[in-house]
Design a protein around this ligand. Structure first.
Ligand code: NI
Length: 257
């Protein structure tokens, strides 16, 4: 069930069966010369909305704006400050917690969101912990789609070193599968630009500098990736693998403490 396509009575009924919700979280930022600006939100939403088939799962509104200040040198990027994203996550959770929701599963499509969303979780837990703990304590989980083992294995198998860490062929392919016909023709460019693995490790989780230096270092927006490899057929396989991984991880999350 999609929250925005439901009535309040539908949600009241759902709460008698489950207190869990899946929240897609993405970003609105450049995705290289031919990737859609909405790629991260499109991927997270497509995976989350694929989860309910044959299962009683509620999917909340997508958080389409994330922490992406480093990409503001590329037109079209919209970034929340880390503190703003934390506040949005806290209010999203608090609104639904007040109605009886207890388990919040954030399905992420953007590395830059990981630190702020985890920090928001810390503060949500701190509110209960500082009171000495109580029965209203919430369960919170953040998972990025590329962490699901089958999706991760498939992207490595398909693209190897050319996966890179931004404007990756895997995310571009998933967006192609989710939004058919939306991809532009690849811009004429220099082809794959290798970035040393040690630099990629240093940047994991989008630990980037400011927007001016970021664009200077990665002038067309790709980071070690070769998005020209992206194919919609592969995107459909990656999407299916991520949906299966998300379903199984969410089931375990609901069953957990
Ligand atoms: Ni992305």
């Amino acid at each position: 069930m999609i929250l925005q396509h439901a009535t309040w009575a539908d949600i009241e009924g759902y709460l008698r069966r489950s207190t869990g919700i899946v929240v897609p979280v993405g970003s609105t930022e450049q995705h290289g010369p031919d990737g859609l600006i909405g790629t991260d939100a499109i991927c997270a939403e497509a995976i989350a909305r694929g989860m309910p088939a044959h299962a009683d799962i509620l999917v909340g509104p997508t958080l389409a704006l994330g922490a992406a200040q480093f990409n503001l040198g590329f037109p079209g990027t919209i970034s929340l400050r880390a503190a703003t994203l934390m506040a949005v996550v806290q209010d999203y959770v608090a609104s639904l917690a007040a109605q009886g929701f207890r388990r919040f599963y954030f399905l992420n499509g953007h590395g830059g969101n990981i630190a702020p969303v985890q920090a928001a979780f810390h503060d949500i837990h701190a509110a209960a912990s500082l009171r000495g703990g109580d029965a209203s304590a919430l369960s919170l989980r953040l998972r990025s789609w590329w962490e699901y083992p089958a999706a991760d294995a498939l992207r490595r198998q398909l693209y190897g070193e050319r996966e890179g860490i931004h404007a990756t062929p895997s995310e571009i392919a998933i967006a192609m599968a989710a939004v058919p016909g939306a991809r532009r023709e690849a811009a004429a460019g220099p082809g794959w630009v290798r970035v040393p693995p040690e630099e990629l490790r240093e940047l994991a989780g989008d630990r980037h500098v400011d927007a001016v230096r970021h664009r200077r270092r990665f002038p067309d927006g790709r980071i070690g990736s070769d998005p020209a490899l992206a194919r919609a057929e592969d995107g459909a396989r990656l999407l299916a693998a991520a949906i299966e991984g998300a379903r199984s991880d969410y089931r375990a999350f609901l069953a957990g403490d």
